[in-house]
Design a protein around this ligand. Structure first.
Ligand code: SF4
Length: 464
């Protein structure tokens, strides 16, 4: 598939509305407030999939400087004592969850996200890994990943991470252009990035993925092309190409980005088209949403085999595992239950001191949620739906059950984003960048909202 079939500028203009990224369904903004810690305790105690290993997520919120484009849940500080206290509480939270957990504690997936996990000192990283390893049994062939900041990881640290068992690394580049880096307050040299990626390979990391962002202030076609070329010279296994979503009313740091320095809509579209063209000419495969991978990468192979999944970290090769989450804002998914931790350190510490899990939002899926979730996953991962297969698995008549959703897809079919008949849906190459627009038709909650806000809510990023 070449870039010309993936990017249709007219369609991108026409369907550039805001919408969820569907790392979960229902989306996290639908979770109920204060469901009580018992929601998660019950889910942990009544796990049905005790024969399956677990997936673990740890949120480490600290960063030493702020990147102005950032929309993550983070704490900016230079005070490294803060992370030591945080680890004390993390350990207590891990123990509370383990006490409630039914079944073996085998782990096949681990992800440390942030914030900046490598804000921790070497000693703290070793301590945290020790806490996890002493409570869980890590499978030797598992996927153990960490988000690193090349500004806080030298080659020696990369080797330490590998020794501790990490075998996948992701790191932010965003843009190598010094003018852009100044405008977003993230100064990170090509050499820093190159050295850490080289060290990761020498240390035995199986996969290194990088993030790039288009639509940043002062970005030009020429400058971003140079960034892409430099990035490709580092031979990452995966590249995430994100669109910068400027929502200063929601994300405070973005108020320091000058509107006048942002590329206009048409320039942003050109940046995206050029970037996709460059990546595809370099042999990368479009996985979905904003993700590209080398053709021999396990994500590309899983997609080809119809075995790709989507979770809070994006695309994954693992069939769905119960996910335990530790730390501020972490979201667990155990069976039909989502549970999100307190977002601020004060609330998080308060709840643990009070002797209970710091669950502040949550949701228990019903059968309809689970069905819609499966449909949306299938669209996002494999760009198609087989109505008979879904009907058989879920005991429904697809055409009758989703009559409203299918009705809504007609204009998208007429525009060429998809083909649809009585048997199923096939998302066309030029509809793939816009697949979340198609998925939105199956989102029961969004449909209910639409009557009030037909153009979509500000809380979601735009597609392009
Ligand atoms: S982008 Fe990453 S490193 Fe920068 S402030 Fe946000 S979480 Fe921290």
């Amino acid at each position: 598939m070449d870039q010309s079939s993936l990017v249709d500028r007219d369609l991108c203009r026409r369907f550039d509305i805001s919408g969820p990224r569907y790392t979960s369904y229902p989306t996290a903004d639908r979770f109920q407030s204060d469901p009580g810690p018992q929601l998660l305790v019950d889910a942990l105690q009544t796990r049905l999939t005790t024969g399956q290993p677990l997936s673990l997520y740890v949120h480490l919120p600290f960063c030493s400087t702020v990147c102005y484009y950032c929309g993550c849940n983070k704490v900016i500080t230079k005070d490294h004592n803060k992370s030591s206290r945080y680890l004390d509480y993390l350990e207590r939270e891990v123990d509370m969850q383990v006490a409630a957990l039914k079944g073996p504690r085998t782990v096949a997936q681990l992800h440390w996200g942030g914030g900046t996990p490598t804000f921790l000192s070497d000693g703290e990283i070793m301590r945290l890994m020790g806490i996890l390893r002493s409570r869980f049994d890590f499978l030797p062939e598992g996927e153990y990943s960490i988000e690193i900041d090349p500004r806080s990881v030298d080659p020696k640290r990369a080797h330490l991470l590998a020794e501790l068992g990490f075998n996948r690394m992701s790191l932010g580049i965003q843009d190598f252009d010094p003018m852009v880096q100044m405008a977003v307050n993230r100064i990170q040299t090509f050499e820093q990035t190159r050295d850490v990626m080289q060290a990761a390979r020498e240390a035995g990391f199986k996969s290194v993925s990088v993030d790039l962002i288009y639509g940043l202030p002062r970005q030009t076609l020429e400058g971003f092309r140079a960034t892409l070329e430099k990035t490709l010279s580092l031979q990452p296994d995966r590249i995430a190409l994100y669109s910068y979503a400027h929502l200063p009313q929601i994300f405070m740091p973005q108020r320091r980005i000058h509107d006048t320095e942002l590329p206009k809509a048409e320039e942003k579209l050109s940046l995206m088209a050029m970037a996709i063209d460059t990546l595809m000419k370099a042999g990368f495969v479009f996985i979905g949403m904003d993700h590209f991978a080398r053709p021999d990468d396990e994500l590309a192979l899983a997609q080809k085999a119809g075995k790709l999944h989507r979770n809070f970290q994006g695309y994954s090769t693992h069939a769905e595992l119960d996910l335990l989450a530790f730390g501020v804002s972490g979201i667990a998914k155990v069976g039909p239950v989502y549970a999100q931790n307190a977002k601020s350190l004060d609330e998080y510490y308060h709840d643990i001191d009070a002797g209970h899990l710091p669950v502040r939002r949550g949701y228990r899926m019903d059968q309809d949620d689970a069905l819609r979730r499966a449909v949306i996953q299938e669209l996002m991962c494999h760009f198609g739906l087989d109505f008979a297969a879904v009907s058989k698995t879920w005991g429904i008549d697809f055409l009758a059950y989703f009559a409203d959703a299918l009705e809504q897809l007609h204009p998208l079919a007429e525009a060429g984003l998809l083909q649809m008949d009585a048997q199923g849906i096939a998302v066309m190459p030029k509809g793939r960048l816009l697949v979340r627009i198609i998925a939105m038709a199956f989102d029961r909650y969004l449909q209910a909202d639409r009557q009030n806000a037909p153009e979509g809510r500000q809380r979601y990023s735009r597609v392009i």
